[in-house]
Design a protein around this ligand. Structure first.
Ligand SMILES: Nc1nc2c(ncn2[C@@H]2O[C@H](COP(=O)(O)OP(=O)(O)OP(=O)(O)O)[C@@H](O)[C@H]2O)c(=O)[nH]1
Ligand SMILES: [Mg+2]
Length: 173
């Protein structure tokens, strides 16, 4: 089980329900305009078939933060999403990420941090965002292996890298 976590509105549902599944079926270039999504009150469960291996991804809505830990026991990998265009949410996202990384039950999980919404104009560069996040310090001190990626769930740019990461976590198991 892979958990898809992140503050509300960062783009988890768009990625899981309308991008990962579709791109596996039709290819990354055939995505089209994104449909409207609603805030997830609860969880979204999706099975993905990657190069003949299956992985179940569970999105936990941002508003479910207080009960995220009850889903940690079955989890072998974590995708943590950040809205890199929402500068006011950066510090709270950073605190959320630190609390996820410090959870004992997730110490053996592989972690992917996605900086989403890279299509929006006037966003900071990835270098600036990572420095606000103190990403290098986080990677150096966390017990988990952490990978970072840039993504636009809207355009699909970066989706293939997310699929490749998911595939690599399955091979490691
Ligand atoms: N421009 C742009 N908008 C995006 C992108 N990803 C998601 N969005 C938009 O952001 C809004 C929130 O997306 P959701 O997928 O519902 O967010 P969520 O993380 O599932 O939110 P919760 O379920 O409340 O935790 C929607 O209007 C999406 O279309 C992106 O890469 N670029
Ligand atoms: Mg959602």
């Amino acid at each position: 089980m892979c958990l898809l976590l992140g503050a509300t509105g960062v783009g988890k549902t768009l990625l899981l329900k309308h991008r990962l599944q579709l791109s596996l079926r039709d290819g990354v270039s055939e995505l089209g305009e994104p449909p409207v999504t609603l805030p997830t009150v609860g969880t979204n469960l999706t099975d993905l078939t990657l190069k003949k291996q299956n992985v179940t991804v569970r999105e936990l809505g941002g508003c479910m933060g207080p009960i995220w830990p009850s889903y940690y026991p079955d989890c072998s990998s974590v995708i943590f999403m950040v809205d890199s265009a929402n500068i006011t949410q950066i510090s709270s996202s950073c605190i959320l990420l630190l609390s996820v990384l410090s959870a004992e039950q997730l110490h053996n999980a592989s972690v992917l941090v996605i900086f989403n919404k890279r299509d929006l104009p006037c966003t900071m560069s990835l270098v600036e965002i990572k420095s606000l996040f103190r990403m290098d310090d986080i990677i150096a001190s966390a017990p988990q292996p952490i990978t970072t990626l840039e993504l636009s769930s809207r355009s699909g740019q970066g989706l293939q890298e997310v699929l490749d990461w998911l595939d690599s976590t399955l091979k490691d198991q």
